[in-house]
Design a protein around this ligand. Structure first.
Ligand code: TXA
Ligand code: MG
Length: 338
């Protein structure tokens, strides 16, 4: 039986210790981070790590991120950190940022799927941080069955993982709601392999130069191995609709909407789009609201088994790039620019 620990109001020290023992003894613990929930296991134990792949149904060529809570762990797990990598670490750890670094021999091969690099992230969420401090490094993908929207509320994933993990720590709804930015320094240039809350502009401010990998710009199936699979997808069919002109976007949705469809859109459009099935993902002026709510809304909409989920898209800049990157995949590349 999976134990549920409720840390929404405050951390229970005894239960936190129990969760850290479970990790040390090679069990599985779902825990909150500031991005999404993680499905964690002892990053230094191959057998523990293999349980993650089984519980998630994850393809075994999709490497995991190792979560740390201090710089000693970073030094143990990696080697040959360059000056540029050091600057990125200084600027973005702890936070919603994963850096791909050369791995040390301590990291088991199934964490990295035999790559000689490892993704390292130091979360800023207090529960995650304290758990890792007690247990040691934790390998963790997002807590969702492979292919489904990432878990951003414990209540969204309890059913999915009941009896598949030892403990679920409920820390409430995660602050950011989208996974970390994944960056690899390639030929001296920080290269975004997965867009996230830390944006291209943020990285340029620190290093001067940075790029988004070509295949991300073209929304192709890519370098960061996880991006080639069906991803973030509800079971219902989804359509992403975007236009530079707000009126056109509204008009197009009004033309195609049917009573058994659901719209997930801007709060400013709630009264303009003619449907009773309207879920607000956020404001036109606040993409943080959208990143925070989107995965949970996709799950909520999916439960109602609509014939189509129509999603209003965002501008492809700043945090909008990360939101679009996820939404295009949620819709299995079914999107239209009107
Ligand atoms: O915010 C997050 O990053 C969350 C929380 C739990 O930390 N984790 C997460 O993990 O999103 P996951 O496994 O769902 O996504 C990890 C991404 C995948 O796209 C994977 O391919 C990429 O990071 N990745 C991991 N190690 C890599 C490596 N050595 N080289 C290139 N990409 C790597
Ligand atoms: Mg994931």
């Amino acid at each position: 039986m999976t134990k549920i620990f409720d840390f929404k109001d405050k951390i229970n020290e005894e239960e936190l210790k129990e969760a850290s023992f479970v990790i040390k003894e090679n069990g599985l613990v779902i825990f909150p981070t500031e991005t999404v929930y993680g499905l964690g296991a002892n990053a230094l134990n191959e057998e523990a790590v293999s349980k993650i792949f089984i519980a998630k149904g994850r393809p075994n060529d999709n490497p995991l991120i190792v979560h740390i809570s201090n710089f000693d762990m970073l030094n143990e797990l990696t080697k040959n950190i360059t000056d540029i990598e050091k600057k990125l670490i200084d600027a973005f750890f702890p936070g919603p940022f994963t850096l791909i670094l050369e791995k040390s021999d301590l990291v088991p091969n199934n964490v990295t799927c035999n790559l000689n690099t490892v993704g390292i992230r130091m979360p800023s969420n207090k529960i995650a941080n304290r758990l890792i401090e007690l247990s040691g490094p934790i390998a963790a993908p997002s807590a969702n069955i492979s292919g489904r929207p990432s878990g951003t509320k414990a209540s969204d994933i309890i059913e999915e993982f009941n009896d598949k993990v030892d403990i679920i720590i409920d820390g409430g709804s995660t602050k950011i709601g989208l996974e970390s930015t994944v960056v690899k320094v390639i030929n001296g240039v920080p290269t975004i392999l997965r867009p996230g809350y830390v944006t291209l502009e943020d990285i340029k401010k620190v290093i001067g130069k940075a790029i988004v990998h070509d295949k991300i710009i073209n929304n192709e199936k890519v370098l960061s191995p996880g991006l080639k699979y069906k991803h973030y997808a509800p079971e219902s069919k989804c359509l992403l609709v975007f236009s530079d002109k707000e009126d056109k976007q509204i008009e197009y949705i009004n033309q195609i909407i049917k009573p058994d469809m659901i719209v997930i859109g801007y709060k400013e459009h709630k009264n303009k789009i003619k449907t009773d099935n309207y879920f607000v993902h956020g404001s036109i002026n606040n993409y943080e609201e959208i990143s925070h709510s989107i995965f949970s809304l996709l799950r909520e909409a999916d439960k109602l088994k609509p014939s189509l989920i129509i999603i209003e898209g965002v501008h492809n800049m700043g945090l909008g790039m990360a939101i679009n990157n996820r939404l295009i995949r949620s819709c299995s590349h079914n999107y239209i620019n009107v």
